[in-house]
Write a protein that binds this ligand. Structure first.
Ligand SMILES: [Zn+2]
Ligand SMILES: [Zn+2]
Length: 369
């Protein structure tokens, strides 16, 4: 038997259930899970109230509660291969420690076929992804097919950091890639490359680490509402920090910046932070929205045209991008966010800490503890 934590009702704690260990797929593996990351998306899914802006909200529980009940969350998955099917890839063996790529998509749409399953066209509510609709990492075991499409070996990366590679690291890295053209143009013109990261939590900490490798000449600013989170970043090579007041307006926040920004990544993703980012964009600048608070953006259309600016949304990254990012992380020995370890039984405490904003880095479940 194996244990997993499942959703039973929106906003209610996860419950533990037991069921038989899955059969080993013919072309895949069964993993004995070691560590699983707990992500802000898990909190959003548990809350089950997605704000699409303009007063439009969606709840999976309301649409089809059978799809909600029993969801086994946890998409930052890391484990050891326990058994392999007869037709599994020979590039892996029993005992290998691997990270799973969770953004599997439907495997058959036009995007999935070209390694863009992270924006699969048949994946409402993420139901085709691991730990969203399919079984996830808040479990002691999991079965996966197609090793070459789901698994990447950990290499020399710290085992507690390894699960984070598939979501928080990949999403931050993917977001930073999207501002490349804007920053390269500035560099060619001999101008300063100003990056602003909104949100100093786990993703912000990954983005700080990767920024310094992808854009070594950049001037890096991080903004957050938490003094503690900003202080934590001071030793990580951040050039400037901006402390937001929870109650200040967008215009007041905008005045806290001495200049415009060329690449902005919004790890909060609320109406206020995204609208602020649009206001702060420089000529030719790009802003990327990643956080999932939801709502809508206010931006001047003529300002966008006149400034030749770009507003993008990024949902994680492709499998190939994740491989490239892992190589860089290993090669440069890139330091991830601060890690706070919880026992598997404490999964609800970890979710609470993220929801309350008291998580100072990234929560990781020690599945064996
Ligand atoms: Zn995530
Ligand atoms: Zn698809």
């Amino acid at each position: 038997m194996y244990r997993k934590a499942i959703l039973v009702e929106p906003k209610k704690p996860l419950e533990f259930v037991e069921e038989p260990i899955p059969e080993t797929p013919d072309d895949g593996v069964v993993l004995e899970l070691l560590y699983s990351g707990v992500c802000h998306s898990d909190v959003h899914i548990q809350a089950d109230c997605m704000d699409f802006g303009g007063g439009v909200y969606a709840s999976l529980f309301a649409i089809n509660k059978d799809l909600f009940i029993g969801r086994n969350l946890g998409h930052e998955i890391y484990g050891r291969i326990m058994s392999m099917g007869p037709n599994a890839s020979k590039n892996f063996k029993v005992g290998d420690e691997v990270v799973a790529y969770p953004w599997a998509g439907c495997r058959s749409c036009e995007f999935c076929k070209i390694d863009r399953s992270n924006f699969c066209s048949d994946n409402q509510f993420g139901l085709k992804d691991l730990g969203l609709g399919r079984k996830g990492g808040f479990a002691t075991h999991m079965a996966l097919p197609e090793c070459e499409k789901y698994l990447i070996k950990r290499g020399n990366i710290d085992p507690k950091v390894a699960p984070l590679l598939s979501c928080s690291a990949l999403t931050a890295f993917s977001g930073l890639r999207q501002i490349k053209e804007s920053l390269d143009t500035r560099a060619r013109a001999g101008l300063t490359q100003n990056i602003l990261l909104i949100g100093a939590g786990g993703l912000g900490q990954w983005a700080v680490a990767y920024s310094k490798h992808l854009y070594p000449e950049c001037n890096l600013t991080v903004a957050d509402i938490s003094t503690e989170k900003l202080e934590q970043l001071s030793e990580r090579g951040v050039d400037n920090t901006v402390l937001f007041s929870k109650t200040s307006t967008i215009a007041e926040k905008a005045q806290q910046f001495p200049h415009k920004m060329d690449g902005i990544i919004d790890f909060v993703g609320s109406s206020q932070t995204a609208s602020l980012a649009a206001k702060l964009l420089s000529r030719g600048g790009t802003m990327v929205v990643i956080g999932l608070i939801g709502g809508q953006i206010e931006a001047s259309l003529l300002g966008l045209i006149d400034g030749t600016q770009t507003i993008k949304g990024v949902r994680t990254g492709s499998f190939e991008l994740m491989k490239e990012m892992i190589r860089l992380t290993e090669e440069k020995n890139i330091r991830g966010p601060e890690i706070f370890t919880y026992k598997f039984d404490q999964v609800n405490e970890a979710l609470d800490a993220i929801r309350n904003g008291t998580m100072m880095g990234r929560a990781v479940l020690d599945i064996k503890a």
